[in-house]
Write a protein that binds this ligand. Structure first.
Ligand code: AMP
Ligand code: ZN
Length: 488
């Protein structure tokens, strides 16, 4: 089966092929920690978590970076307005880093509440300043950036591809609401480094070759992605030759422009390779038909919903259930319906667990499971069609309920293992409903790894894995309906 993702850069469904076989590098634009992240923001992060989980399910080794923006993101996404962090700090009469620490902590708690996997790196913009200065110097050196009135600007006329991702070609941009700044050559040039005296009251500032100042928002993501996912930065120095194209970069749809467009210009202005291969953007979560956003005030927070009695699993289920390229409207009724759907899965798992009598393996039941696995993979391979995959899951629940009396203990235990193995993708099932000792995750991981080896006809690896499973006290049998696992 071939995994395909919709690439926002080409506006096409493309086969996924990472730069290094079997390994994936992925960067997800993270939160600006001046306030609470709402479930709209989490729709974008959960989407990234789903990509990660699915790639891992397919056997890839994923290196994921989710940054923390703690400086430089201005209130209007462009170069005007105040730094969001400084504005919040002033209001609360605190230091911006105190504000950042408070909201980062809550963000990480919500992240865990929603059962999201931990990325390999969570860098902060304030810890990436030397890299930002190095990349800015590189861009000045090769004619893509210039100094004016103390600030450093990216010269978009030097980068003809500007606009390729968002469709905002230079000629169309003249219509935009961006105010002209006399210091810029072109009104759409954007700031790489702020040192203009008008920013002298900024609390967070660093020495730079252009005077004390702080970085432009877009720079941090170009630098953190290159620093943690490629060997381009060594001791804060930038070596363009060592840069490697990053496989996947994600964000919410509003990140396409100007943020990601500017990231592309900055990085490709300095290196000879594409910055990112697959750009993937999640459509917005809506509330009462409008984008959920702090400025509209129609936001819901994870911990508030949990306090109201909604389960984290239901929130997660609701956020992943719609295709990421379709808008999703959030309502509390939708959340209650999500909880009911999860009950159906729980009830089946409990019923399977309660089976005590041994019987011969039932072929009809085995077929339901093997078809479920095939359909889930087929749907997920198709640009993460979670709704199709979850549809198949509920169909299988319905069908298995009809044949429960034909299923014996060994087969039931094996099915429970299969459900939890599939749940590595979704993260919505709960082992606690069974208060039991299931086939452990590590064993199901080995079984899954062995399935991948078998599909690659890598028999020696497959045999080694069988031995390893056995050494850990479990037996895996290959049946026409897929592997069956049993405690020895
Ligand atoms: P911010 O903290 O404003 O930088 O946003 C963090 C991430 O959340 C970005 O990737 C945004 O694109 C994304 N985002 C913001 N609002 C929504 C929404 N209503 N639905 C989905 N993603 C969103
Ligand atoms: Zn970003």
């Amino acid at each position: 089966m071939v995994l395909k993702f919709y690439n926002s850069l080409t506006n096409k469904l493309e086969e996924f092929k990472p730069v290094h076989k079997g390994k994936v590098t992925m960067y997800n634009c993270g939160p600006t920690v001046y306030s609470y992240a709402h479930i709209g923001n989490f729709r974008s992060y959960i989407f990234a978590d789903l990509i990660r989980r699915y790639l891992e399910f397919k056997g890839y080794e994923v290196t994921q970076v989710v940054n923390i923006t703690d400086v430089g993101h201005l209130t209007d996404d462009g170069d005007d307005g105040e730094d969001k962090m400084e504005k919040a700090a002033k209001k609360e009469k605190k230091h911006p880093l105190e504000i950042a620490e408070f909201f980062t902590k809550q963000f990480l708690e919500d992240w865990n509440t929603l059962n999201m996997e931990e990325p390999e790196f969570r860098p902060k913009a304030t810890e990436t300043v030397s890299e930002i200065i190095a990349l800015t110097q590189e861009l000045i050196k090769n004619g893509h950036a210039y100094e004016s009135e103390g600030n450093i600007y990216f010269d978009i006329s030097s980068f003809p591809e500007y606009g390729k991702l968002s469709g905002n070609k230079l000629e169309n941009l003249t219509q935009s609401r961006v105010e002209s700044d006399a210091a810029k050559k072109n009104k759409h040039d954007f700031v790489l480094w702020f040192s203009n005296s008008k920013f002298k009251n900024h609390i967070l500032k660093w020495d730079s070759p252009w005077g004390e100042g702080y970085p432009g928002w877009h720079m941090e993501c170009s630098c953190m992605s290159a620093k943690f996912l490629t060997p381009a930065f060594q001791d804060g120095k930038f070596d363009p030759e060592k840069f490697e194209t990053i496989d996947i970069h994600t964000g919410g749809e509003d990140n396409k422009f100007p943020h990601h467009e500017c990231e592309i210009a900055q990085t490709q202005g300095a290196v000879d390779k594409p910055y990112v291969h697959y750009w993937m953007h999640a459509k917005h979560l809506l509330s009462e038909g409008e984008k959920m956003s702090k400025s509209l005030g129609n936001v819901y927070l994870v911990f508030d919903l949990v306090k109201e009695g909604f389960s984290p699993r239901a929130i997660r289920y609701l956020l992943i259930s719609g295709h990421y390229r379709l808008p999703l409207n959030f309502t509390k009724d939708g959340l209650s319906a999500a909880a009911k759907s999860l009950d159906r899965i729980d009830n089946l798992l409990i019923a399977l667990y309660a089976i005590d009598e041994e019987k011969d393996g039932n072929e009809q039941a085995a077929t339901i499971i093997s078809e479920l696995k095939l359909t889930v993979e087929k749907e997920m391979d198709n640009d993460l069609n979670v709704s199709g995959a979850l549809g198949a899951l509920f169909e299988a629940v319905r069908e298995l309920n009809k044949v429960l009396d034909k299923i014996g203990k060994t087969q039931a235990q094996s099915f429970i293992g299969e459900f939890f193995s599939l749940d590595k993708i979704f993260g919505i099932m709960d082992k606690l409903v069974l208060d039991t000792e299931l086939i452990p995750e590590e064993i199901m991981d080995l079984v899954q790894e062995r399935e991948i080896a078998r599909s690659n006809k890598d028999w020696s690896v497959s045999d080694e894995l069988r031995d390893e499973i056995k050494a850990q006290g479990y037996e895996v049998k290959d049946t026409p309906n897929g592997p069956q696992v049993k405690k020895l």
